[in-house]
Design a protein around this ligand. Structure first.
Ligand SMILES: [Zn+2]
Length: 244
């Protein structure tokens, strides 16, 4: 999301420049969609769609942070959990591997659903499903980072009263939620995208301080097609980064 049109009804409400703008502005300028630049060596961009990289972050680490890391951190901030809350992460891909690390970096008790590798990324507990999550005390927040809604809905068995389910993946299919526990537990279901550039600045800062380490697979520019194929097939662990 590079630039809003500045003239439509949405823009007149003065929302922050974010992914939400891309979906609601009548005429947004989108890098790599309606203007060039996504894989270019240099790009002329509107200053409102850029952020300065902090000292101490490599381009290779910054690349996945400006999308997946930003998504994850904005979602955690949107969940607005109390300090020390129990946060469960469903899915361990490009967003999930960030979610475990970001949640841990800010002091939450982190529980991963299903993936053992999550321990290496700092998860306090790993459980197999929602029943197991409930057994160890449940979670106040469920970060749904995968495209498998079934796993997330099953994990809701372990969502504590007043809990929040935060959706941050880009799945296009429908999600069917169990209505009764939603009401009886006063759950909140929250969608989250890139919600404002300040969250991007915060995410980059946390990575620059070494508290979160993106796991990237590097591809030289000549192998850009391999990077694309691997990412499309879901085989990149966890983010394919193209270098010059
Ligand atoms: Zn607009």
């Amino acid at each position: 999301m590079q630039k809003r049109c500045g003239a439509c009804a949405f823009c007149r409400e003065e929302h922050p420049n974010s992914f939400v703008t891309a979906g609601n502005c009548a005429n947004p300028t989108l890098t790599g969609v309606n203007v060039d630049g996504a894989l270019a060596e240099y790009v002329a961009a509107d200053v409102g769609g850029t952020v300065l990289l902090p000292d101490g972050i490599s381009y290779e680490d910054a690349a996945p942070t400006v999308c997946a890391g930003y998504t994850t951190w904005a979602g955690i901030r949107r969940a607005d959990a109390r300090p020390g809350a129990r946060v469960a992460v469903v899915g361990l891909g490009g967003i999930g591997h960030f979610a475990i690390q970001f949640a841990k970096a800010v002091g939450y008790h982190v529980i991963a659903v299903k993936h053992e590798l999550a321990r290496e990324l700092g998860a306090d507990d790993v459980v197999t499903d929602g029943a197991a999550l409930k057994e160890i005390g449940g979670a106040d927040v469920l970060l749904h980072t995968s495209s498998s809604h079934a796993t997330a809905i099953d994990a809701m068995t372990g969502l504590r009263p007043w809990g929040k389910l935060v959706l941050m993946g880009l799945a296009e299919d429908e999600m069917i939620l169990p209505a009764l526990p939603l009401t009886t537990n006063s759950y909140q279901v929250i969608g989250s995208a890139h919600n404002g550039m300040e969250y991007l600045a915060e995410a980059l800062d946390i990575v620059a301080r070494g508290q979160v380490k993106p796991m990237v697979e590097l591809f030289p520019l000549e192998r850009v097609n391999d990077a694309y194929r691997k990412a499309a097939a879901g085989e990149a662990r966890f983010k394919a980064v193209v270098t010059l």
